[in-house]
Design a protein around this ligand. Structure first.
Ligand SMILES: O=P(O)(O)O[C@H]1O[C@H](CO)[C@@H](O)[C@H]1O
Ligand SMILES: O=c1cc[nH]c(=O)[nH]1
Length: 235
């Protein structure tokens, strides 16, 4: 049994949704999964397995930041996860992004320390699995959900980022900042599994004010439905 995700072999489905927040994991399991069974509560890394439209799906909390997400992803893969989709929130850099709008992540600039340690300092371009990315994009279009596809920055220090600092990244095509995607994408390539990410805008970067809770919840609902429909399309 892994050290952190204390699940028995066979209790995690091949398809896994990955929110940072345990509350979101519980909500997704209760709202969308048939017969959800909890398999981990250790460290608050809540994990559940049930079925979505008859297909086994797990939802597993990553915690915040690439160090925690990388531990969880490594252990999930050892437990049999094969398609990992982050369902997270993000701070918008692009002013055209509306509160709760979705970002289908096409690539994640690795501004965090976890990939640096794995790569021994080598430059790298963390990208999602192309089939997962296309399935997320198709699902967002089919469901008619407001979204953009593009780059995000994966950062370590939420409160170190300023509006001005983030705007500099907008000049290179970055839409939003978040804290886990680059590590997930690298690990998926290293361990030969598929990964992707879809995010809902929770705030403007450098602004501590969250979008109103009911607006954010609507974004989270749409993001979850996009991710669930997408994982059904990918082996
Ligand atoms: O809402 P989640 O999935 O946790 O994602 C974002 O929210 C947290 C920061 O508030 C970080 O984990 C960041 O990536
Ligand atoms: O990294 C993050 C995630 C959400 N919101 C932010 O402002 N930054």
């Amino acid at each position: 049994m892994p050290i952190h995700v204390r699940a028995e072999p066979g209790s995690v489905a091949p398809r896994v949704l990955l929110p940072g927040d345990p509350g979101r994991a519980e909500w997704i399991a209760r709202t969308y999964l048939e017969d959800p069974v909890p398999y981990n509560t250790h460290r608050g890394l809540l994990g559940y397995t049930g079925r979505y439209k008859g297909v086994p799906v797990s939802v597993q909390t990553t915690g915040m930041g690439a160090p925690s997400a990388s531990i969880v992803a490594e252990e999930l893969i050892r437990l049999g996860a094969r398609v990992l989709v982050r369902v997270g929130t993000c701070g918008a850099v692009d002013e055209a992004l509306r509160p709760s709008e979705l970002v289908v992540v096409q690539g994640a600039v690795p501004l965090e320390g976890t990939t640096r340690q794995y790569l021994g300092g080598l430059p790298y371009a963390p990208v999602p699995d192309v089939e997962v990315f296309l399935a997320l994009l198709r699902a967002a279009r089919r469901l008619g959900v407001p979204h953009q596809a593009g780059l995000v920055v994966t950062e370590d220090a939420f409160y170190a980022t300023t509006k001005e600092g983030a705007r500099a990244w907008a000049a290179y095509g970055v839409l939003a900042f978040e804290m886990e995607a680059s590590a997930l994408f690298l690990l998926a390539k290293m361990r030969k599994v598929r990964a992707g990410a879809v995010l809902a805008v929770s705030n403007q970067i450098g602004d501590p004010e969250l979008v109103p809770p009911e607006v954010l919840q609507e974004g989270v609902r749409r993001m979850t439905e996009v991710a669930l429909e997408a994982v059904l399309e990918v082996e």
